[in-house]
Design a protein around this ligand. Sequence first.
Ligand code: C2E
Ligand code: MG
Ligand code: MG
Ligand code: MG
Length: 294
Amino acid sequence: RAKSEGPGRSTIFDTSMHEQVRERIELEVALRQALAKNQLHVAYQPIVRLETGMPVGAEALVRWEHPERGSIPPMLFIPIAEDSGMISEIGTFVRNEALRQLGVWRSQGVVSESFYLSVNVSPRQLSEPELPLVFSGELFRYGVPAQCVALEMTESVMVDGSSVTARVLFELRQLGAKLLVDDFGTGFSALGYLRRFPVTGVKIDRSFVTGLGKNDQDDEIVRAVVAMSHALGLSVIAEGVETKLQREALYQVGVVNGQGWLWGKAVRAEEFAAVWHLGAAIPAIPLPVASVTD
Ligand code: C2E
Ligand code: MG
Ligand code: MG
Ligand code: MG
C-alpha cells in the first residue's frame, strides 16, 4: 500500500524520523552541557488554600534557559533526561536547590513553619534504592523537616514499579515526607494502589479542572475523587486552576487546596519570596463565602 502512494512517501517519512532523532540527540547533548554549566534553575509555583488564597506550599519546577533557543519546556526535555539517565542528576539538583531554598526561607521567616515544597520525582529515581538515605542526608544538611517536603510521582510508579520502588516509597514515607500522586486520574489504573502504597495525597489533573463549573461530568468526577480521597484520609490539591469559576466549583465540592495560574505561575525564588512572603497582601482576592454557600 505504501508503494502505491509513490516512492517519495517513505522518503519523507524517513526524513522526518531522521529529523526527530537528530533533534533528540541534539537536545540530549545540550542538556548535558546545561547541567554542567549550571543553566538549569528551579521555579516555584504557589499551592494555596482555596478559601483564603494563602500559600500552604509551592511546587518546585525545573527550568532550562538555553542561551540561543530560549526557554525549553520540561515536557520536551524531561522524557529525554529520563531515557538517558540524566534525570537522576537533574533530580538531585532540583531537590538540593529546593531544600536549600526552603531552609533559607524558613530561617528568614519568609514562609510559615508548615509551608512545604513539593518536588517531582521520576520513576527512574524511585527505583534507586539509595534515594531515601541520600534524601535524609539532604534534609539534615539544609535543616528542613521531612514533613515540609512533598514528593510527587505519577501513578504509573506504583502500578508498574518493582519491589525496590515499593521499598523506596515506604522508606521515604517513614522519614516523614508527604507522597503525592501527580496528574491523578489520567493513568486509567485501578485505584487499589492508593491503599497498598503510603500515599498521603492526590493532585487532581488539570484536564478534570478545565471544565469545572461548565461541564457537569467534570464536577461529578471531582466530587467523587474528593469523597474517595477523604474516605482514605488523603489530601487533595487541584492542578491547573485558571478561573474564579473553577475555584468556586472546586471549593463547593470540598477541595481544600489548589494550584494554578489564577494565583500565579512558577517564578524564580526571589520573585516568589517578594510576592508570597508571610504577611504580604494576598494577590488573589479570597473566595467570597456567600457565593459558595448558596
Ligand atoms: P506537573 O508536575 O504536573 O506540573 C504542573 C505543570 O502544570 C507545570 O508545567 C506548571 O507550570 C503547569 N501549570 C500550573 N498551573 C497551570 C495552569 O493554571 N494552567 C496551565 N495550562 N498549566 C499550569 P511545567 O513546569 O511545564 O512542567 C511540566 C511537567 O514536567 C511537570 O508536570 C512534571 O511532570 C515535569 N517536571 C517539571 N519539573 C520537573 C522536575 O524537576 N523533575 C521531574 N522529574 N519532572 C519535572
Ligand atoms: Mg508535579
Ligand atoms: Mg502535576
Ligand atoms: Mg499535571
